[in-house]
Design a protein around this ligand. Structure first.
Ligand SMILES: [Ca+2]
Ligand SMILES: [Ca+2]
Ligand SMILES: [Ca+2]
Ligand SMILES: [Ca+2]
Length: 313
């Protein structure tokens, strides 16, 4: 009987942890089965999950999110999977890390203040700063290539909109002002002139592109049958990697910046997501559940040369 009760307790605990983990993600955007920002969230009850890799500008390190300690933290490892460091060490949820263009800082999402905020921290753990300090959920930060600005999405207008701010958190401005739809997950082009993002303005999630002043907004994926999202611009400026559900599970696709040449890089029945380019644009780091738990993998930009980095230590 005691064993049975213990099992029940474990199940109840796991269920509440799953609920907390999912609600943590779901407040960023409304709940949808195929919401690109949550595409993999239905699987985050996995006992050990590593996701959202971000390659350092010198190519030597990869930052990522992991719940291996029992809550979400930002970790840094060498690009071969060795030398793991927990950067955040906070009982609240910390996730979605992105390396600054100068390699000195990591920007990330945190719920340590009770709502989604964008924090920045030096890669040695010092200088932790809340940039958004807003009671609504703020998330998905992306640095401008000169490191002077950060694009992000915020729910402060009761719908998800793309904002920009100076890198010190000042000058927060609603960039798109498109209250009829959710617009999120901005990714700055390497020349700083354009921003890719995801939007459900046409009734399903698509990748859009626009000038950095929000003019010239255009749908790149044009795939009404399934969700597309989670943009990552290649450092050479030529390609955009993204997630797509068009094959019935999450895959990593690549396309030219005019939307042509859309190709499936992962082609695996498990969920694959959150692509991040190596600085030489030759490789892509990503998350996959193909081995059961969420793990970080790298592959060549044509899908070949797959290598698993986490969960092998
Ligand atoms: Ca944490
Ligand atoms: Ca906030
Ligand atoms: Ca679509
Ligand atoms: Ca897949």
């Amino acid at each position: 009987m005691k064993k049975y009760l213990t099992l029940l307790l474990v199940i109840a605990l796991a269920a509440s942890m799953l609920f907390m983990a999912i609600s943590c993600r779901e407040v960023v955007l409304p709940v949808e089965e195929e919401n690109p920002d949550q595409g993999l969230a239905n699987l985050i009850d996995e006992p050990l999950d590593n996701g959202y890799p971000s390659w350092s500008p010198d190519g030597k390190k990869i930052a990522f999110e992991s719940n291996r300690s029992g809550n979400w933290e930002i970790y840094i490892m060498n690009a071969d999977g060795s030398g793991l460091i927990n950067l955040t060490n906070n009982p609240a949820e910390d996730f979605i890390p992105t390396w600054s263009p100068d390699g000195k800082k990591i920007i990330f999402n945190s719920y340590r203040d009770g709502n989604g905020e964008i924090y920045v921290v030096n890669t040695d753990g010092s200088g932790l700063t809340n940039l958004t300090s807003n009671l609504a959920d703020d998330g998905n930060p992306s640095w401008s290539p000169d490191g002077k600005m950060v694009a992000f999405n915020s729910y402060r207008d009761n719908i998800t909109e793309i904002y920009v701010m100076n890198a010190d958190g000042s000058g927060q401005t609603n960039l798109i002002n498109h209250p009829a739809s959710d617009d999120s997950d901005p990714s700055w082009s390497p020349d700083g002139k354009m921003i890719a993002f995801e939007s459900n303005r046409d009734g399903n999630w698509e990748i859009y592109i626009m000038n950095a002043d929000a003019t010239g907004q255009a749908n790149l994926t044009n795939n009404p049958a399934a969700a597309d999202g989670t943009t990552s611009w290649s450092p050479d400026g030529k390609k955009i990697a993204f997630n797509s559900y068009r094959d019935g599970n999450w895959e990593i696709y690549i396309m030219n910046i005019d939307g042509t040449g859309q190709a499936n890089l992962t082609d695996n029945p498990a969920d694959d997501g959150f692509p991040s380019w190596s600085p030489d644009s030759k490789m892509v780091a990503f998350q996959s559940f193909r081995d059961g738990t969420g793990e970080i993998y790298i592959m060549n930009a044509d899908g070949s040369g797959l290598k698993r980095l986490t969960g092998v230590e």
